[in-house]
Design a protein around this ligand. Structure first.
Ligand code: ZN
Length: 430
């Protein structure tokens, strides 16, 4: 007999609350396995075992570079995937709408270690939060997607459609893990990327690219510094100009319906500013490195041209730079943005599930970073959202944590939404 939504909502909520300790333990187990990008083997084996124990059809494989090279979504990071397997676990439904739940197990460096007040691999619990590198980006999300499916199956509330748990490597540096899964043939009617959105539904994410600018100076002994030209001082001119570029771009970003509310809609970040070699030498060289983030609807080519123009305008106004123009280099990361329509039935389904569980409406916004969602939206045309527990502002920094209550909330909404999505006549939409 088909249960109505309030019944389902209550059963799911009560079960998730009752199984709180098991959920916390699983999340802590994931955090305790250090899994820096490149060192994902152990955690992937741990996840694979758990998915097998759940009775899923599990595939573990190392992404094949030769298959990925030449694909427009491939990012060359100069590394292969030996000992870095992807893991996919599939629950076979009975023909309803299918869903992919995607998560990456790789995490960024916990440095600077000495600034942590909780050990980054300790998974300590303090005042309702679990601390550790990856707690919100995104071992909380992975815990949520695995436990949501496991709980549904154990409640005998299996989704009607296939559910694929896609647990990938190498999101932080490239997105090649998700690409490898696409090329392996895994697909579905929709996908959810459980990155930290504080349970806000995000049908878009930014694009981003890295840049580097080399600036030349003229060395001199500090005692006669007026005979030299400081590359750092010239680097400051570029720095200020890039602030201007950010302000200008921000005006346009403010008009974007999903991004207008962010204080900085399209960040231009100078992440490194290196100049000089010796305390009593005028710096001969200065190197700036940073990133530019841009919005759905923008092209990487156009944004790069704006960047070049900004540097060029600064050069024109400075006689030294005119003679010694800085060199711009694009390196490393370069990812396009992606967006789906905010009216898509995937969004309607999860909006309704949110309201049912939470008793209030969910916010819809754009994800303020890049992520793997683009691979499915751009290359397999799979409608996708970013939706997960944890606050992105806590990711990639010391004392990263996830609120236990938010993790439980996510599992409840995901379980209910997943169930309703899988129904052929999706009554949550009406
Ligand atoms: Zn992430």
């Amino acid at each position: 007999m088909k249960k109505d939504i309030p019944d389902l909502s209550r059963i799911i909520s009560e079960t998730v609350d009752r199984r709180k300790n098991e959920i916390i333990d699983f999340c802590r187990d994931l955090i305790r396995i250090p899994s820096l990008t490149g060192g994902e083997r152990r955690i992937q084996e741990f996840v694979a075992k758990h998915l097998k124990d759940m009775g899923l059809e599990v595939k573990v494989w190392e992404p094949d570079l030769s298959k990925m090279k030449g694909h427009p979504g491939y990012v060359d990071v100069g590394k292969d995937y030996v000992n870095r397997p992807n893991v996919v676990g599939i629950y076979k439904g009975k023909g309803g709408r299918s869903l992919i739940l995607n998560g990456h197990t790789d995490v960024v460096t916990p440095e600077p270690l000495k600034k942590w007040s909780h050990h980054p691999w300790g998974a300590e619990i303090c005042r309702g939060k679990i601390y550790g590198r990856g707690a919100c980006d995104m071992k909380g999300g992975i815990t949520g997607m695995i436990k949501a499916l496991q709980i549904l199956l154990e409640l005998d509330l299996a989704p009607l459609g296939d559910v694929t748990l896609e647990v990938v490597v190498d999101e932080e540096a490239s997105g090649n893990g998700t690409l490898a899964s696409v090329l392996e043939g895994y697909n579905a009617d929709a996908a959810i990327f459980a990155e930290p959105t504080s349970c806000v539904i995000m049908p878009a994410h930014r694009g981003a690219f890295f840049w580097r600018v080399y600036i030349e100076g003229k060395g001199a002994h500090a005692g006669v510094k007026y005979q030299g030209i400081s590359a750092v001082e010239k680097g400051m001119l570029i720095y200020r100009a890039l602030e201007g570029l950010e302000n200008k771009r921000n005006e346009i970003g403010k008009k974007h319906p999903l991004y207008g509310h962010y204080p900085v809609t399209t960040p231009v970040c100078v992440g490194k500013f290196n100049g000089g070699w010796y305390p009593s030498s005028v710096p001969e060289e200065c190197i700036l490195e940073g990133s530019v983030e841009f919005l759905p609807g923008e092209r990487v080519k156009t944004v790069r041209e704006q960047f070049e123009q900004t540097v060029e305008n600064t050069v024109k106004k400075d006689p030294w730079l005119k003679k010694h123009p800085p060199r711009i280099e694009w390196f490393g990361l370069s990812l396009p943005p992606a967006q789906i329509s905010s009216d898509h039935s995937l969004i309607k389904t999860f909006k309704r599930a949110y309201t049912e569980i939470r008793g209030k409406e969910v916010k819809i916004a754009g994800f303020p970073a890049g992520c793997d969602m683009r691979i499915r939206v751009l290359y397999t045309k799979t409608p996708s959202i970013v939706f997960g527990p944890g606050d992105i502002s806590l990711a990639h920094r010391v004392d990263e944590f996830i609120h236990i209550e938010e993790l439980l909330l996510f599992i409840k909404i995901l379980a209910l939404g997943m169930l309703e999505w899988s129904q052929k006549e999706n009554y949550l939409e009406n």
